[in-house]
Design a protein around this ligand. Structure first.
Ligand code: ATP
Ligand code: MG
Length: 230
């Protein structure tokens, strides 16, 4: 049997939000394992805990209880600074609304995680240009976001997410702000990245988007309800 290195291992993860005297148990004991190179989609109704879970997987938040190992390292107990470092080194994020810096070129936007990681300027530009080529935007390095189409903007965001060579790419409704044809282009790019070895976790409301993943997890009231292998 060939063992696939697990990128994500979550054990009995709970997240309780305290609201004065009341508590909201947003996640009620999540067990999740994602292997290297997997493409996993999470679906679920509004309020089921998808964003809460993505924030935990993305080290933007800490669980109330349970353990989380990311690429072999326990991250459930780290400080905010340590989590910020892990996010920069091991994770790439793609959001519905792109989150690009409006006054900067595509190249400068993609360089941002490398600036944080203190990569020297020359290498930074080389790696940012390479990442933009991977998303087929080698001809748009010096365009600012408002000089790019919606799909091109999302591809800049994907290049930025990939530039540090993350262990895991996280996407929250990445086609939510795009028309069907442009959304299809972005999904084709995810397929291509997956074929080339990128591990992807995606959240979506759209069954057509989830269909592209290898594995679809359904969450309801803070717990997984069923698992489909395809
Ligand atoms: N910061 C918070 N404080 C208190 N309760 C919260 C907080 N964030 C989320 N919740 C509650 O936790 C539950 C899960 O919320 P979450 O945002 O994870 O849902 P979701 O599945 O992402 O929904 P949507 O599809 O609408 O984005 C909801 O009942 C929500 O009201
Ligand atoms: Mg949400």
């Amino acid at each position: 049997m060939t063992a696939v290195a697990p990128i994500v291992v979550m054990e009995k993860i709970r997240r309780v939000y305290k609201m004065g005297p009341t508590q909201v148990e947003a996640l009620k004991g999540i067990d999740l394992e994602i292997g290297e190179g997997e493409y996993v989609a999470i679906m679920g109704p509004s309020g089921s805990g998808k964003s809460t879970l993505l924030h935990l997987v993305g080290c933007l938040d800490r669980p109330t209880s349970g353990r989380y190992f990311l690429a072999g390292q326990e991250v459930s107990t780290l400080t905010d600074d340590e989590l910020a470092h892990i996010r920069n080194q091991k994770l790439g994020f793609v959001f519905q609304s792109f989150h690009l810096l409006p006054r900067m070129s595509a190249l400068r936007n993609v360089e941002q995680p490398l600036i944080y990681a203190r990569v020297p300027a020359g290498e930074r530009r080389r790696r940012a240009a390479e990442a933009l080529e991977r998303v087929h935007l080698g001809h748009r390095l010096h365009h600012k976001p408002n000089e790019l189409s919606g799909g091109e903007r999302q591809r800049v965001a994907i290049a930025r997410a990939l530039v540090n060579g993350p262990a895991l790419l996280l996407a929250d409704e990445p086609t939510g702000n795009l028309d069907t044809a442009t959304g299809e282009e972005i999904l084709a790019l995810f397929d291509e990245l997956h074929r080339k070895g990128t591990t992807i976790l995606l959240i979506t409301h759209d069954p057509e988007v989830a269909r592209r993943a290898q594995r679809v997890l359904r969450i309801r009231d803070g717990a997984f309800v069923q698992e489909e292998e395809r």
